[in-house]
Unconditional design. Structure first.
Length: 431
């Protein structure tokens, strides 16, 4: 077991170093993010050395589960494509300009409104959908308004990863851990409602205290005219995103998996936009631009992390961790452990690991719910906590908003830790 553990530990350390201190590397004309290269090399080493069984890994990669890595990647990439396509057509810049024309009552009202809207939408869709849709809009709006984007980006990201705990559909980690232990939709909501409400209130209060000085500054910019030059194609894109969002919200009630909804929407958008461009006899510039902006490095990163987790499980690491966690209160032990583990290996692989740990002994539902809390709130402690955090940072950086690690960690310590403590206390009282 020792070689597998050492390889996985080294992979996590080097991955974190790359995400935090070496976000990009340039070799000639090629520029890339090295974090996925590091995890891929260690995953290959694990397989080549025989410390992970390739056949077992292959079965895990195609397993019919909610957190199947291929399904997760399909969901992420398809939703990213839908959002970026609209950005290529200037949709988010147009919304930001329109919002700025009505922003006469100060930043505080805007801040409260944004947090409320994101919270409500997250409950009925998912955190990833909200982050992909709102981040470009916030960046454009803040630039035009000549105000700091950080309070709004933080409010969006924190709200999306807090209120995603309310329903099973809010986060892929919720779906995986709940379905893995037979938790039904009504049972989940009955337990999760109060902890989520408490977490949402604490998170908002902490955000307000953290950014109150920036929110006191006046809005100094004027709206920038943003023409919509391709309204027919824009209508096609907006319709696809709207229908996809609705289906994502109701799909779980109909037994339709989220990844399938997103992939079908993306495929339909490709065909529709190609048809429009063919009729007009022009190049599909927006379509091609969106395809080039898809975050392809997430593919090897996610697959590599799953290989590493499977290697740990094969060598008995899950049993050892179960013995370590079995003493103490399950809610606080698993809640804190899953929260910090998300920031070592990312919350999706963490959910797979913790599901394996919990299967080692008798099922402890309080520990399952606590792990779900940790998987959601761990997303805004450090940039490593969730794929959504990496994508959120990447989108913001692409729009000229540099999110430094100290800024992220300040938000995590000031907001995530008290939110975690209160939500676990309420969960402990509920269960």
């Amino acid at each position: 077991m020792l070689p597998a553990v050492l390889i996985c530990a080294a992979a996590c350390v080097f991955m974190i170093v790359c995400v935090l201190f070496v976000p990009s590397v340039k070799i000639g004309k090629l520029r890339f993010a090295p974090y996925w290269v590091v995890t891929l090399l260690f995953a290959v080493l694990l397989l080549a050395g025989g410390w992970a069984d390739a056949a077992d890994v292959g079965k895990a990669l195609v397993a019919d589960t909610a957190v199947n890595p291929l399904k997760i990647l399909a969901l992420f990439l398809a939703m990213t494509f839908l959002s970026v396509f609209l950005d290529e057509l200037g949709f988010f810049r147009f919304l930001a300009s329109a919002a700025l024309r009505h922003a006469h009552r100060g930043q505080m009202r805007l801040f409260v409104s944004l947090y409320a809207v994101v919270s409500v939408l997250t409950v009925f869709t998912s955190n990833d959908v909200i982050i992909l849709s709102f981040t470009p809009f916030i960046c454009y709006f803040a630039k035009n308004a000549k105000i700091s984007p950080m309070p709004y980006l933080a409010a969006e990201f924190v709200a999306a990863n807090t209120w995603s705990m309310m329903l099973v559909i809010g986060n892929p980690t919720n779906i995986y851990l709940a379905t893995a232990f037979g938790v039904t939709f009504p049972e989940y909501l009955k337990v999760s409602a109060l902890p989520t409400l408490a977490a949402g209130g604490v998170a908002f209060a902490a955000l307000f205290l953290l950014y109150r000085k920036k929110l006191a500054a006046p809005i100094g910019g004027a709206p920038e005219p943003v023409p919509l030059n391709d309204k027919p194609l824009l209508a096609v894109g907006v319709a696809h995103l709207a229908v996809c969002t609705v289906l994502l919200a109701v799909g779980s009630y109909l037994g339709i998996e989220m990844w399938l909804v997103a992939v079908c929407a993306a495929g339909s958008l490709v065909l529709s936009s190609l048809a429009v461009c063919a009729v007009r006899r022009e190049r599909p510039a927006a379509l091609w631009g969106a395809v080039k902006r898809i975050p392809y490095p997430l593919v090897p990163f996610v697959l590599s992390m799953f290989v590493l987790i499977e290697g740990l499980a094969e060598h008995g690491a899950t049993a050892a961790l179960y013995d370590l966690f079995r003493n103490g209160y399950p809610v606080f032990t698993y809640g804190a452990a899953s929260f910090f583990a998300s920031n070592l290996i990312n919350n999706i692989p963490m959910s797979v690991l913790f599901a394996a740990i919990l299967r080692t002994g008798e099922t402890c539902l309080p520990a399952v719910y606590a792990s779900i809390v940790g998987s959601n709130l761990g997303a805004f402690f450090t940039p490593v906590g969730a794929l959504a955090g990496i994508m959120w940072s990447s989108i913001a950086n692409a729009h000229g908003v540099r999110l430094r690690f100290p800024d992220f960690l300040k938000m995590g310590v000031f907001v995530a830790l008290p939110t975690l403590a209160v939500s676990l206390l309420v969960l402990w009282a509920v269960v």
